[in-house]
Design a binder for this molecule. Structure first.
Ligand SMILES: Cc1ncc(C[n+]2csc(CCOP(=O)(O)OP(=O)(O)O)c2C)c(N)n1
Ligand SMILES: [Mg+2]
Length: 327
């Protein structure tokens, strides 16, 4: 696939920057919530990976769909779930996107195209293939993207999904957020290839290796794969090289990471890459960026306070949403 990365217009860049900041500050607040024991269970944060979710979401059109993983707060916000709804879901409140019954690992809202975050590694891929088959049968020209981690590529469902989608030329794009670790295991100890995208040749589909820290680069590559799928030319495998700043889940401080690795990735922070480019192009200055950060921090804190005061679901809600159309 021949892909040129063009500068996006100023408004699009500003919107992307804002959404990446929304994600960054939301993750910060969520970590605090869990550490303060205000929410039971666990959470998986995506700070460092913001350019992936935002670049992918901006490559989609209304009606397109996404499946993602338990590391899915960024995907949910990028697809258009509001910060308030996200925070309410996090705290198990009735006004959350799943009525408070999903929590951190299951941010879902079909009305924005988010078919579901999945806690089972690899489980979103066959769901995306099914959604794509529906679009193909209906002739609706919608595309589904499946987001998953590097840990999912050794799961049977990955291979089955890619093979079937390739054979049937389904309108689906498989997007791996390769953050170098599956739980506490470095990729090279679990996976025989260095580049996940190299596996595409086994299914006779394009494989793209992409800088996952640069939102414009992510957007350009995913857009090309999405439009290829929409045109009826079948799936692609896109690998976004990225890094999670925190450990696997809330209590993991990442002691297994080699010294200096995190610091090296912090030098390529996705928010700073876009900020610096906008400053260079005269679209933003340091003071405006500072104000944007502060306003976002306030907005996220307010959303969290609002969510804290929302009611929990009623007991009867346990019987709702069990079957399709049951609400
Ligand atoms: C089928 C299955 N096997 C094992 C697990 C336990 N598990 C939870 S997260 C995880 C690591 C997945 O890593 P990766 O796909 O790279 O995603 P990341 O957490 O890095 O975003 C594993 C093995 C699971 N949830 N599902
Ligand atoms: Mg991983």
């Amino acid at each position: 696939m021949d892909i040129t990365v063009k500068a996006l217009d100023e408004q699009t860049r500003m919107d992307m920057l804002q959404r990446m900041l929304d994600i960054r500050y939301s993750e910060e607040q969520i970590q605090g919530l869990f550490l303060a024991n205000l929410v039971r269970g666990t959470t998986h944060l995506c700070d460092g990976q913001e350019a992936c979710s935002v670049g992918v979401a901006w490559a989609l059109k209304p009606g397109d769909m996404m499946t993602c993983t338990y590391r899915g707060h960024g995907h949910a916000l990028a697809m258009g779930i509001s910060i308030k709804t996200l925070m309410a879901e996090m705290m198990g409140k009735a006004s959350g996107c799943c009525g408070g019954k999903g929590g951190s690992m299951h941010m879902t809202d079909a009305s924005v195209g988010l078919l579901g975050a999945n806690a089972i590694v690899g489980a979103g891929l066959p769901i995306a293939v099914g959604a794509a088959l529906t679009s193909q049968v209906k002739g609706s020209h919608h595309v589904t993207v499946a987001l998953f981690g590097d840990g999912a590529v050794n799961i049977g469902a990955f291979h089955e999904a890619l093979n079937m989608a390739a054979v049937w030329k389904l309108p689906v794009v498989f997007i791996c957020e390769n953050n170098l670790y599956g739980e506490y295991s470095p990729l090279h100890t679990t996976t025989a290839v260095e580049n996940i995208a190299d596996r595409a040749c086994a299914y006779n589909i394009p494989g793209l290796i992409v800088d996952g820290q640069d939102v414009e680069v992510v957007h350009a590559h995913v857009s090309a794969a999405v439009e290829r799928a929409r045109a009826g030319d079948g799936p692609s495998l896109v690998e976004l090289k990225t890094y999670r700043y925190r450990g696997h889940s809330r209590t993991d401080t990442g002691p297994y990471r080699p010294e200096g690795e995190l610091e090296a990735w912090l030098q390529r922070d996705p928010i700073h890459i876009l900020r610096d480019r906008m400053i260079e192009d005269g679209q933003l200055d340091a003071v405006e960026f500072e104000e944007l950060q502060q306003a976002t921090e306030r907005k996220v804190a307010e959303a969290l306070e609002w969510a804290k005061n929302e009611p929990f679901p009623l007991l009867e809600a346990a019987y709702q949403d069990v079957y399709a159309g049951g609400r």
